[in-house]
Ligand binder design. Sequence first.
Ligand SMILES: C[S@@+](CC[C@H](N)C(=O)[O-])C[C@H]1O[C@@H](n2cnc3c(N)ncnc32)[C@H](O)[C@@H]1O
Length: 397
Amino acid sequence: MENDGMENNPSSRNVLRKDNSSLDYGKDSGINLHGVLHVYSGNSVASYAENSERQRHVFHALQSLFQAAIEKLRFPQEGPLRIADLGCATGINTVSDVDFVVKTLRNLWRDGHSNGGGSVAEFQAYFSDLPSNDFNGLFNLLDRPASPYFVAGVPGSFYNVLFPTSSIHVCFSVMALHWLSQVPQAIVQKTSPLYNKGRVWINRGSQDIAEAYSKQSESDLNAFINCRAQEMAPGGVIFLCMMGRPDSWLPTEQVSVGGEFCGQDFEDAWDELVTQGIISSDLRDSFNLPWYFPTAKELRRAVENCGVFEIESMQVFEQVPSMPEEEFEEYIRDPKMFGLMKSNLVKSFVGSLIEAHIGKKCTDQFFQAFAEKAAALLHCSPPSRLVTCTVSSLIRK
Ligand SMILES: C[S@@+](CC[C@H](N)C(=O)[O-])C[C@H]1O[C@@H](n2cnc3c(N)ncnc32)[C@H](O)[C@@H]1O
């Protein structure tokens, strides 16, 4: 039998209500987003391990920027050099990203480029994600005979302080910071004028609702930057890469046609469940994706508000390849295969949330419908393997 990573996760079991009733994701509701969210562990077709190649590809495409940022690091005078990966998930990406950082640091130190720092011989890596992340799965991958660094898991939200004051030298977060701390409260309250009726996200939706998301993102980005301001050592470096959008795009334009994970096909799949009587329209309406893809301007504002970081670089890249071209061409020649690939990909990182909202059986039906909708839409709206990312390197003054 396939293990989709859900039944082994105690936090997921705890939040599923027996009656499968609607669960909101906000401070006033019965469920805390951070107690539920996790990528699917294990090796099933919808596991993150089987579906994180796209994120890996994005990291590789932007790796030289990260390397340039690391070269600016002022090495500590003594003690271990501490590295933190925020929103690390579980799987091979997590390990290879930190391997890359440690290798880059070792080379710099060996070549005498420690920017006035001391001689650092030891590296301590902190892998941090929400408590519902499969840390045991990650630790199994890290159990190597001659690990090039010490490791520790740090459960908690990156919207809180996670480390002692001035203790971190290199901090990074890849494809995670577009996850909000919560869906804005007004969106999920049925009596609110901002109730997101008939939709599950803000892309090409109402301007007012998108504005509420934008405010939530502003408050979250401020919290994130302020927490890092406390934790980073002077001369320390932060590298951030998240789903983003160009400055000229409105909050209602989260993704370009084609280059999207959860576009019209995602909305259509929810409608299909309602039409077939599998879920009520109220249950659909009370689900909302906790995502906002910030512009460079929006991120810059949070950094400048905080005032303790030098902005080394801050850019939006509109055409980051998330898959090799030949592989992508192969997928789009076969709509059924394309639909399945897209459905498994999205399920690997959003499935846990949907499961907490509508239960496992309906979630499987949802992703079947999503695969069909994605396949059907292939002809009318050509997909793209290119994604838009907001990327920044910061140095702690
Ligand atoms: C798509 S995965 C990216 C994982 C990995 N960095 C990579 O590049 O493959 C996003 C991760 O962000 C985590 N995440 C979302 N919100 C978070 C928060 N507030 N604090 C910590 N982690 C969070 C999720 O649990 C998930 O593991």
